[in-house]
Design a protein around this ligand. Structure first.
Ligand code: ADP
Length: 726
């Protein structure tokens, strides 16, 4: 969520200091529309309605922040001197943001720190222009410093400076030849045609040179294309590589911020746009600007008065383009947003195609996607229609210069101020200069488009990592002792999920983690794998803080079996080998046997070479699970994590899997989460979580005797299963 309201500018002079958080609200006390701003500076909380201050209070005096659900709306308020005060009324959709603001300010009251809000899931707006930010992005591509990103793209092309230089030189030389071309025309006209000079021999020599020109230009063009293609393809490859590497190295927090579709789009579409820009426009821009300047200089030397006359419409065209460009950019922004929406929808529907099919909601989804696609097409049509209407008008304005040329140039030839050859040469230059001018006028549009792509790419590349290796990380040979020392964690710093978690696990021990849904069991496991860093306290493995251990060394010694097993496209063998690419076939078969997977694999037509297509759709849940267990066995991890590994399986399969898991967990420190508590009865100890804290620790029997949280959970589950059997 973005805590910088778009209307903040209006009230900024009334604030004492910068607003740390600000939110807009749209209702007054009687439910009528109002332009409301609630702003918190480092010292005060202020409320403004229609630009006027209506409330101001030092943060120190606030005892509590409150959000209240009203009928069809909500209210944000405070408690001061023990009395509640209602500060503003907001719509339902604004209420969530106010609830979040309350938490941020509560956190500040407790700690004196203003936490960074980071609600990736909510709609964010640009603090500068107020427009909604694209999904998964903190950058407003309209307001981002685009030139900065473009300079970096150019810097990237600079790595291939020799090819780039070759391309620029080849283009510059062919442009130069184009400039000499009309000069030769002039000589033919003024020296041979007008004076009726019949020296055919020298005319033929001259025309021979004239013929040579296209041949040389063709060669130059070939050389130019070769160099440009090399630069553009290399730049595209480098950007894709850099982006992919960055995404691979990102923490789960950063990765889950954007949808898979959005990440793929950035790696493919955006790098493609930059590649295209480098190939078609980047070098061209430099050459076109340069050749325009050269031609203009030649024209000025030939006849400066006529040149100025011819150029009269150009500033007009530039000014018109500027005005139109601002308007058209909004249209293209809309196109981009609609395109993004339709792509994300498509990705979402295809990822969940199983759900779509099972609910028979194909028609609904077709309508859903077609709606987005239709809106995208309409916005594109409107933007293009406008552009194609406007562009010829600008072209026409520029071409008006040609009328001046014919009128005043013709007049000068008639009065003998200029030769016919010079006029024709001049005319050719006008053609040459108008082409690039039209192109240069369009350049901002190309640049705006490509700068957005560059900003999207560099936004990912520049992202600061939250989970990183130390300068000289420890390569640990893990024995398996895990210590939680007063660990606190929240996905958002002001919303703790786990609090004061302390316990120690001995090597080889099996620990079951239990607790109601949403209490933080998976979070605890994510912390052991260091997918996130703890907010306070520490987790140690064999006495070494997780943050000091190299991530590679840590994860290569942790094995994971999750409820949902992800299988890659490829054979069964490829998928098992994923855990240890250099394993021998004997090792793979032994792992599959221990995982009770060997028999079903051998029953498949191609056994281990059987191709399991898209996400392993060919296999049942239990089969996929056993492949995952075989993977984990092959990896031979010191620490094992089982997250609901036996949920949703039939009894027979579950028996096979329990057996396999029993073998897998031997002599390894194991953390297991299971929905059905009965499957954790044999764990050495159970850690029971309640409201983010450890409620109790002990064996199944000890905890039952305690008759506390675990006992209640077991009883509740028994009752549910009894009811479902009835
Ligand atoms: P459990 O595994 O016990 O069901 P989780 O550890 O998955 O619980 O979740 C604990 C809490 O953390 C829940 O309130 C959940 O909404 C929240 N949570 C889980 N994952 C994320 C995430 N990636 N970002 C923000 N909040 C999350």
């Amino acid at each position: 969520m973005n805590f910088q309201a778009s209307g903040l500018e209006e009230v900024r002079p009334l604030l004492k200091g910068e607003a740390v958080y600000s939110l807009g609200f749209s209702l007054d006390g009687c439910g009528r529309p109002v332009r409301g701003i609630c702003a918190a500076t480092r010292t005060e909380l202020c409320i403004f309605r229609d630009g006027k201050e209506v409330f101001r209070c030092p943060l120190q005096e606030v005892e509590e922040y409150t959000t209240t659900q009203l009928v069809g709306s909500g209210a944000f308020g405070i408690i001061r001197n023990g009395k509640p005060e209602q500060l503003c009324i907001c719509t339902q959709s604004e209420l969530n943001a106010f609830a979040e603001l309350g938490k941020l300010l509560e956190y500040h009251k407790e700690t004196g720190v203003f936490p960074e809000p980071d609600g990736e899931d909510e709609v964010k707006t640009c603090p500068k222009c107020g427009s909604i930010l694209p999904e998964g992005s903190d950058l407003c591509f309209r307001c981002a410093p685009k030139s900065k990103y473009l300079v970096r793209v150019i810097g990237l092309a600079g790595r291939y400076k020799w090819s780039l230089l070759g391309a620029v030189l080849a283009t510059a030389m062919s442009q130069l030849l184009w400039i000499v071309y009309p000069y030769m025309q002039r000589i033919v006209i003024d020296h041979y045609i007008t004076p009726k000079n019949q020296d055919y021999k020298s005319l033929l020599i001259l025309l021979g040179c004239y013929l040579l020109f296209p041949a040389v230009m063709m060669l130059l063009e070939f050389f130019n294309e070769r160099c440009t293609t090399k630069v553009s393809i290399s730049v595209g490859r480098d950007l894709r590589g850099e982006l992919f590497q960055k995404i691979q190295e990102q923490s789960m927090k950063s990765i889950t911020k954007r949808t898979t579709g959005e990440q793929i789009k950035r790696i493919t579409n955006d790098t493609e746009k930059i590649q295209e820009f480098v190939a078609n426009h980047g070098k061209e821009a430099a050459v076109q600007v340069l050749s325009t300047l050269v031609i203009l200089t030649v024209m000025l030397l030939l006849n400066w008065k006529l040149t100025l006359l011819v150029l009269i419409p150009v500033p007009l065209a530039v000014a018109a383009t500027q005005v139109i460009f601002k308007y058209i950019r909004r249209k293209y922004d809309l196109v981009w947003n609609r395109f993004s929406q339709s792509e994300s929808t498509l990705h979402d529907i295809l990822s969940g195609i199983m759900v779509v099919k099972t609910y028979g909601s194909e028609k609904r989804e077709i309508a859903h996607y077609t709606g987005y696609s239709e809106r995208f097409a309409k916005s594109m049509y409107r933007a293009d229609k406008f552009w194609f209407l406007v562009f010829p008008i600008i072209g026409f304005i520029i071409t008006m210069g040609e009328y001046f040329y014919l009128y005043f140039g013709g007049q000068q030839v008639l009065i003998g101020g200029m030769t016919l050859g010079a006029l024709i040469q001049f005319g050719a230059y006008i053609g040459m200069v108008y082409g690039p001018l039209r192109w240069i006028i369009q350049l901002p549009r190309y640049i705006a488009e490509v700068a957005v792509s560059a900003a999207k790419i560099y936004e990912v590349i520049d992202e600061k990592e939250d989970v990183t290796d130390q300068e000289d990380p420890v390569e640990l040979d893990i024995q398996g002792k895990v210590t939680f020392d007063n660990v606190g964690f929240g996905y958002k710093v002001y919303k703790p999920v786990l609090k004061n978690i302390s316990f120690e696990v001995q090597p080889g021990e099996m620990i079951g983690i239990v607790g109601p849904s949403g209490v933080g069991k998976s979070t605890l496991i994510n912390l052991i794998m260091r997918l996130y860093d703890v907010s306070s306290g520490s987790i140690k493995i064999d006495g070494v803080d997780l943050r000091d251990i190299s991530q590679h060394s840590l994860r290569s010694q942790i094995g994971v079996v999750l409820q949902e097993t992800y299988l890659f496209e490829g054979t069964v063998l490829d998928n098992i080998l994923y855990a240890k690419p250099d394993a021998t076939m004997e090792e793979v078969v032994a792992a599959a046997k221990t995982a009770n997977a060997h028999d079903f694999i051998c029953k498949m037509p191609n056994a281990y070479q059987e191709y399991i297509g898209n996400k392993g759709y060919k296999l049942s849940g239990g089969e996929k699970q056993r492949i995952a267990i075989a993977r984990a066995i092959l990896r031979n991890p010191r620490i094992l994590i089982l997250d609901e590994a036996t949920a949703s399986l039939d009894t027979e399969t579950e028996k096979l899997i329990q057996e396999a898991l029993g073998r897998l967990t031997q002599n390894r420190t194991t953390f297991a989460i299971a929905h059905r508590l009965s499957t954790l009865q044999h764990a050495d100890r159970l850690v029971v979580l309640d409201k983010g804290r450890i409620a109790e620790i002990g064996t199944h029997m000890e905890l039952l005797r305690n008759k506390s949280v675990y006992y209640n959970l077991v009883m509740a589950q028994r009752q549910t299963s009894r009811l479902s059997k009835e």
